[in-house]
Design a protein around this ligand. Sequence first.
Ligand code: FAD
Ligand code: NAG
Ligand code: NAG
Length: 547
Amino acid sequence: MMITKPQLLQAALSFLILCMELQLKVVCFLQPDSLLDETYLEFTNEATDFSPAKEYDYIIVGGGTAGCPLAATLSEKYSVLLLERGGVANLDPNVLYEDNLFNPLLTANNNDSPAQTFTSEEGVLNARGRVLGGSSMINFGFYSRADDYFYKNSGIEWNTSGVKSAYEWVEDSIVTRPNHLGRWQTSMLNALLQSGVDPANGFTLNHVEGTKISGSTFDDSGRRHGSVELLNKAKPGNLKVVVHATVDRVIFSTSKSLGIVANGVRYHDSEGIYHEVHVRKPGEVILSAGALGSPQLLLISGIGPLSYLSSLKIPVVRDNPYIGKFMVDNPRPGINILVPVASLDVGARVVGIVKNGPYIESSAAPRQVPFLGSIIPLNSSVLVIGGKIIGPKSSGSLQLISPSDVNVSPSVRFNYYSHTNDIIECGKVVEVLRDFLGTQAMEEYKFSDISGGRDFRYIGPSLPEDPSHLKSNEAFCRETLSTFWHFHGGCLVGKVVDSDLKVIGVDSLRVIDASIFSSSPGTNPQATLMMLGRYIGVKILNERAPN
Ligand SMILES: Cc1cc2nc3c(=O)[nH]c(=O)nc-3n(C[C@H](O)[C@H](O)[C@H](O)COP(=O)(O)OP(=O)(O)OC[C@H]3O[C@@H](n4cnc5c(N)ncnc54)[C@H](O)[C@@H]3O)c2cc1C
Ligand SMILES: *[C@@H]1O[C@H](CO)[C@@H](O)[C@H](O)[C@H]1NC(C)=O
Ligand SMILES: *[C@@H]1O[C@H](CO)[C@@H](O)[C@H](O)[C@H]1NC(C)=O
């Protein structure tokens, strides 16, 4: 059964009543702009109501940030089945509105919540999407294209004009150039420039050194436009999207003449009923299940390190020692300060790209958000100011907790700061933040004390006293260890997939998501992941039917 317009209207109405009852004014007033394009609902189905055809040209696992643009693109010429384990969040105010930015994380792991949290083995709380649109539906929306280092070292042979048109295909639909900056992002911009993170680049989506304003998948009314909306560009008759469809296995055949071939997948619906679907050759199975989901699925399906799979009694389809290896998460050293200003703009629009150094970003948590266990007084906000450590040298691996049940999240270890280089990089964040806090632009965010002095009020650690001291930096870096949520790896190009993102040694199987990255692209990865889905999709179309 499809999710029909009348059902939608009814849901919208009950939502309106609920929001009047709760007096969520902001959300209620913003509701009318949900008259946006939801064409994708016409070909989106609940798994329990959906009878799959026997064959599709392409089966894509994971309707996430990269999976949605990929599915829409391939449907231009071929039949596509897109299987997503989560639901549709088109009426969920926590997902839709920037004012609720922190809510997906705060409500994570509720029954069928769009965000699912996980804790790395070293105890860092992290999250990933579990909803149509994937992590682009729970993220902070900051949108910025990849950097040159990424293009040169990604292992993919990029076609520059193809990259440009793929970015534009995404940006024309879902990316907003902010028409003004709120009070906090304006101060952030000024503080970065006053602390020497220059030049001032104004607005640009490109990765350029200095301080810039970038795009956002939140529009100027604070409404999110995630990857899910890229499905609107599909050829409707050719695409079936199925939600609450969790893929358990890739199905292979092995023969002397053809080698190992991916033939289809098995998935289950929310009632636990299993379904098997196949690809029509020369079609493919494509994994876009994310940096945790894709390596997990390969391992469960029997592709991975031989001795590891054998120890778990998983029948080995193909030995590959690198699956689930090189898992990297860029640490986010930073500070949280309580500031005597209410209702600051929450979302990030500005980034400082420091020469040979980190990227500095910030958002403001509204005071209603319980923060680090503190009670936040009236007329105040919490600023979360952090740096992204570029190209961390520390990496770890992913292990299955269950060798057969895909619903059990794998365990992951990133080995944060195990390499001294990363502590040195963290020291650069400390230096930049020290200068940042010392600027005129930050004066208004200090509190006055009784004796007339003015100072910042920290929630959690303040910056270390002696920034030139490696040991005191190290203590600060370890104490404030947290994630930028840009974790990647597990199916690296050159190790698990080739430069066309085809799984090495297996026919008709690709991986297209953050698991293929050996470095995190740009200041923030979602732009590149959406571009990648479109880019590889176009490449597949061109290769199959060259004009
Ligand atoms: C809190 C937070 C804030 C962030 N802020 C930003 C930001 O401001 N800007 C930015 O650029 N990036 C940001 N990021 C990072 C960015 O969102 C992610 O790197 C990116 O979305 C990952 O895309 P992906 O396609 O690799 O995976 P995802 O988008 O996570 O997609 C994977 C999809 O596969 C599905 N799936 C997994 N396993 C299965 C299975 N077995 N069967 C069926 N479906 C399955 C999942 O449910 C999910 O929908 C943030 C991330 C988080 C968590
Ligand atoms: C590069 O991409 C463009 C735009 O998608 C396409 O027209 C062109 O054929 C591509 N060139 C090569 C060499 O792949
Ligand atoms: C909050 O600020 C407003 C306007 O500046 C002021 O009228 C009000 O008394 C303040 N409330 C508290 C609790 O400080």
